[in-house]
Design a protein around this ligand. Structure first.
Ligand SMILES: Cc1cc2nc3c(=O)[nH]c(=O)nc-3n(C[C@H](O)[C@H](O)[C@H](O)COP(=O)(O)OP(=O)(O)OC[C@H]3O[C@@H](n4cnc5c(N)ncnc54)[C@H](O)[C@@H]3O)c2cc1C
Length: 389
């Protein structure tokens, strides 16, 4: 599709978040919605996600987002005509110190209030779920059997396909280079293919969110941080299904992908980049050390490749969602860190409600875009939380 001259809503970014917003707007009957994607749909940081979905979050808002995502994924094939590869095989957190366990217990009490199936289990119980685990240095594990995995590419394509079928436009290979603001209101965007007049513009630019915010004169506290995932050659010695398993102390996590094993060191690194993500093969040593400690038999596997992606983090590890302060018609749907894929179904629905109804049906003050000042920096807050993906 070519770029239109006018639109009712312009969405900058064709990742899982932008495509979910487009789908939800189109489903509600909004016409002339257009997504502008500088590369191809789903090629941004969405293509780097591990596909994990968990209801184990520390706040009511995020727990409710996760439960809604789980519901959407269960019915995804019917609603979108695309199999999302959803496997409800659980999430397992391994805990080796008392302070961390207390933190988990507080969160579990909240999660249970919303009907989440999550429990503290013994190290031996964890070993019954993943027999290859080394557990002698653990004091407990936390098991969420209703959590699981799905394919980020499949889910994004599902949103994009239904959005198009319902009339939304998705233009690939076009970069937004300016956002026109006059009298405190958004008037449209300029791109590498011309101008689009629009009263509503949504920033769904993932790790590039701060750069896109600046185009409208809005400071957006999103800080891209690199994370690696390596994968083995087929390794049937680790039989499936294997839940996404995170070693809370070392941040190492792993899961199976068909017969291969995905291994991440859980790194969080500022590489001074929000677009290009080179791999650092030196991270492989750290990954293998952490992996062999927790999963001794992995020593026999061969590493076959890896990738790196940017997680769009915020100072308090919560997303930024809602109208941008100071510019009417400019919305932010950014800063999803390691959970943007799993929270995309509800994000799309909430942004659509905001645009079409004037406010969302849920209290989203947790994600208030005005909560950070211009000088916001990324501290260590996110490091105390279960950093699973
Ligand atoms: C290693 C790794 C593992 C992860 N694992 C998980 C996981 O298990 N579960 C989970 O929920 N999340 C996970 N995540 C996080 C998840 O990938 C992100 O939170 C999510 O993909 C963000 O989606 P998005 O649509 O906001 O961003 P993106 O997918 O990056 O989409 C933004 C799009 O905007 C486009 N864009 C930017 N600027 C412009 C412009 N000026 N004009 C036009 N287009 C523009 C980009 O090309 C891009 O395609 C992981 C991330 C990484 C790096």
């Amino acid at each position: 599709m070519g770029q239109p001259k006018t639109a009712s809503v312009v969405i900058i970014g064709g990742g899982v978040v932008g495509c979910s917003i487009a789908y939800n707007l189109a489903r509600r009957g909004q016409r002339d919605v257009v997504v502008l994607e500088r590369e191809t749909v789903g090629s941004g940081t969405t293509s780097k996600a591990a596909g994990g979905i968990r209801a184990q979050f520390p706040t009511e808002t995020e727990i409710r987002f996760s439960l809604e995502s789980l519901r959407v994924l269960k019915n995804f094939t019917e609603e979108f005509g695309v199999d999302p590869g959803f496997k409800q095989i659980g999430y397992l957190f391994l805990v080796s110190d008392e302070k961390a366990l207390r933190g988990f217990e507080t969160r579990i009490a909240l999660q249970k209030r919303f009907g989440v199936d999550v429990r503290v289990i013994t190290p031996k119980d964890a070993q019954a779920i993943v027999p290859a685990l080394r557990v002698d240095d653990l004091i407990a594990a936390v098991w969420g059997p209703q959590d699981g995995l799905a394919g980020p590419a499949e889910v994004t394509q599902g949103f994009a396909k239904r959005a198009r079928e319902l009339g939304a436009g998705i233009v690939e290979g076009v970069e937004v280079t300016a956002i026109d603001v006059a009298g405190g209101k958004v008037r449209g965007v300029r791109t590498t293919q011309g101008e689009i007049a629009s009263p509503v513009v949504v920033n769904a630019a993932g790790p590039t969110a701060a750069r896109v915010g600046r185009l409208a004169g809005v400071s957006v506290a999103v800080f891209p941080r690199r994370r690696h995932i390596f994968f083995t050659e087929p390794f049937p010695e680790l039989p499936g299904p294997v839940p996404l398993t995170t070693d809370h102390t070392s941040s190492f996590y792993f899961r199976k992908e068909m017969e291969q094993v995905l291994l991440s060191p859980g790194d969080v690194e500022d590489i001074g980049q929000d677009q290009i993500v080179p791999m650092d093969w030196a991270k492989l040593d750290e990954t293998v050390t952490k992996a062999v400690h927790r999963l001794p038999l992995i020593e026999r596997a061969k590493i076959s490749g890896g990738w790196a992606g940017l997680r769009p983090l915020t100072p308090d590890d919560h997303a930024i969602l809602g109208p941008a302060p100071g510019v009417e018609g400019f919305f932010l749907a950014v800063g999803f860190g390691g959970h943007g894929f799993q929270h995309s179904p509800m994000t799309g629905r909430m942004v659509a409600e905001w645009i079409l109804d004037g406010k969302p049906s849920m209290d989203l003050s947790l994600f208030n875009p005005a909560r950070f000042g211009k000088d916001a920096r990324l501290g260590d807050a996110h490091k105390d939380k279960p950093d699973a993906e």
